[in-house]
Write a protein that binds this ligand. Structure first.
Ligand code: MLT
Length: 404
C-alpha cells in the first residue's frame, strides 16, 4: 500500500487565504444582497498599464508567425529580461549582481516555497512572527518544522522571532541558531520595513554563523523612505549570505499573469558548493521557463513609459493605504504600516481575537480583511487590511469600519 508524505497531515487546516475564501463565499451565499468589500488577500485590482498591454500584443503577434514563434523558453529566463533586471533593478542601485545570477520564474510564491528543497532536511528555519504562511508551510511539508501545536499555533522545530508593536515590528537576533532565516521587507503582513542599518545587523549575523537569509522583496516598489533598502544586495556582505525573491505581481499587477525572479549570487557557498548551481539544476529539471509573452510584457516594466505608468499605479494603491491608515487612526484604532507597503496592520479593538474581529467585520460591515493570527501566534490581536482595492471601495470600507 502506498504511503503519503505524512508531513502534510501535520499542516493546520487549509492555506490561510483558502480558509478566508471559503468563509466569505459561505457568508455571501447566505446573504446574496450584501455588498462585500474584499480587503483580505493582497490581490491587485488595477488593469495592466498600456505599455505592458502593448508589449504583450506585440509578443502575441510574434507567436503567430513561424519566423518569430517561440517554443520552450530558456529555463532560467530569456537573456533580454535577465540583463534588464540586472541593470535596472540592481546595478543602477549600486548592487554587484549580474544577469547570470538572476533566475526568472512564474512568481515569487513558487520560488519562496520551492527554495527550501536545495537545503538539507536538517536545516533549522527562523521566521518573523507574524509571517507570510508560505515559508513555514513549505518547510513543514518537507518535514523540517517538527510537530504542530494547534493550541499555541507553533511548530516545535521553528525559531520564531516575534514582531509586535512592542519591538517596533523589528525582529531580534534569536537565542537559538538558525540555518535559514526568512525576512520579508517591506513586510507582509505588518506593512513595516527595516532600515539599511537594521538589515546590516542581519547580514553580519548570517555571515558570522554561516546562515542564509531568504529575503522576500516582493513589495519593493512601495518603499517610500530613503533609508529602507530596495534590495538586500545594497548591504555590504550580502553576496555571501543572501538569496532575494522579487515579484512582478505587486509592482506591475501580474498576480494573474505570473512572473517573478530569484537572485542567487555565485559567492553564496556551503563549503565549496555554489548554491547557485543547485538552484539552476532544480530549475532546469522542474521548470520549463516562463512564457515568452509574459517575459516580453515584463520588459515594458523597465521602459520609460512603463515606469511612469507604474509609478502612478503604485501611487494609486498607496493613496488607498493613506485613506485606510488616516481614517482608522482618526476613528481611534491603533494602526501600523501603510507607508512603505500596501498593507495596514491594525490592533483589534475591544479585546476580540483576530478571528472574532474577522467574523464581526464580515457580518456587521461586510468588509473582509485577514486575521493576524493566520500569520502566526504573535499576529493574534491584530488584523491586516490591503490597499489593493479600488479607491471607491477603500473609502467605503473605511466609512463602514468607522461606523462599526
Ligand atoms: C497576501 O495577501 O499575503 C498575498 O497576496 C499573498 C501572495 O502574494 O501570495
Amino acid at each position: 500500500m502506498f504511503e503519503v508524505n505524512e508531513n502534510y497531515l501535520k499542516l493546520p487546516g487549509s492555506y490561510l487565504f483558502s480558509t478566508i475564501g471559503k468563509k466569505v463565499s459561505g457568508y455571501s451565499r447566505k446573504n446574496p444582497d450584501r455588498k462585500i468589500i474584499r480587503l483580505g488577500i493582497g490581490d491587485v485590482t488595477r488593469p495592466l498599464v498600456p505599455a505592458i498591454i502593448e508589449a504583450m500584443h506585440e509578443a502575441v503577434d510574434e507567436m503567430g508567425k513561424a519566423k518569430t514563434f517561440h517554443g520552450y523558453a530558456p529555463d532560467l529566463g530569456y537573456g533580454f529580461l535577465r540583463e534588464e533586471i540586472a541593470k535596472k533593478d540592481y546595478q543602477a542601485r549600486g548592487c554587484d549582481i549580474s544577469a547570470d545570477e538572476i533566475f526568472v520564474s512564474d512568481g515569487a510564491k513558487s520560488d519562496c516555497g520551492n527554495i527550501q528543497e536545495i537545503f538539507s532536511g536538517g536545516c533549522r528555519i527562523a521566521v518573523c512572527d507574524p509571517v507570510y504562511p508560505v515559508y513555514v508551510d513549505s518547510n513543514a511539508m518537507a518535514g523540517r518544522c517538527g510537530d504542530y501545536d494547534e493550541a499555541r499555533g507553533l511548530w516545535s522545530n521553528v525559531i520564531y522571532m516575534p514582531c509586535t508593536a512592542e519591538n517596533g515590528f523589528v525582529p531580534e537576533i534569536p537565542d537559538e541558531r538558525p540555518d535559514l532565516i526568512y525576512l520579508c521587507v517591506p513586510n507582509n503582513p505588518t506593512g513595516t520595513a527595516l532600515t539599511r542599518q537594521q538589515l546590516k545587523v542581519w547580514v553580519d549575523y548570517a555571515n558570522d554563523i554561516g546562515a542564509v537569509i531568504l529575503y522576500d522583496a516582493a513589495y519593493e516598489a512601495y518603499i517610500a523612505d530613503e533609508d529602507v533598502p530596495h534590495s538586500i544586495f545594497e548591504i555590504e556582505g550580502a553576496r555571501t549570505c543572501a538569496i532575494e525573491f522579487r515579484s512582478f505581481s505587486k509592482n506591475a499587477g501580474f498576480t494573474g499573469v505570473r512572473l517573478g525572479f530569484t537572485v542567487i549570487p555565485k559567492d553564496l557557498k556551503s563549503g565549496d558548493v555554489e548554491v547557485h548551481g543547485l538552484w539552476a539544476r532544480r530549475h532546469g529539471t522542474k521548470f520549463n521557463g516562463a512564457p515568452y509573452i509574459v517575459q516580453r510584457a515584463a520588459m515594458a516594466v523597465y521602459s520609460d513609459e512603463g515606469r511612469a505608468q507604474l509609478r502612478e499605479q503604485v501611487a494609486y494603491y498607496m493613496n488607498n493605504a493613506r485613506v485606510i491608515y488616516e481614517g482608522l487612526k482618526a476613528a481611534g484604532y491603533q494602526v501600523y504600516g501603510g507607508v512603505n507597503a500596501p498593507y495596514i496592520w491594525m490592533k483589534v479593538p475591544g479585546g476580540m481575537s483576530s478571528w472574532e474581529f474577522f467574523d464581526w467585520l464580515l457580518e456587521t460591515a461586510n468588509v473582509v480583511g485577514t486575521p493576524g493570527s493566520g500569520f502566526g501566534p504573535s499576529g493574534e490581536g491584530y488584523f491586516r487590511l490591503t490597499a489593493f482595492g479600488t479607491y471607491e471601495s477603500t473609502v467605503e470600507a473605511v466609512g463602514r469600519l468607522k461606523k462599526g
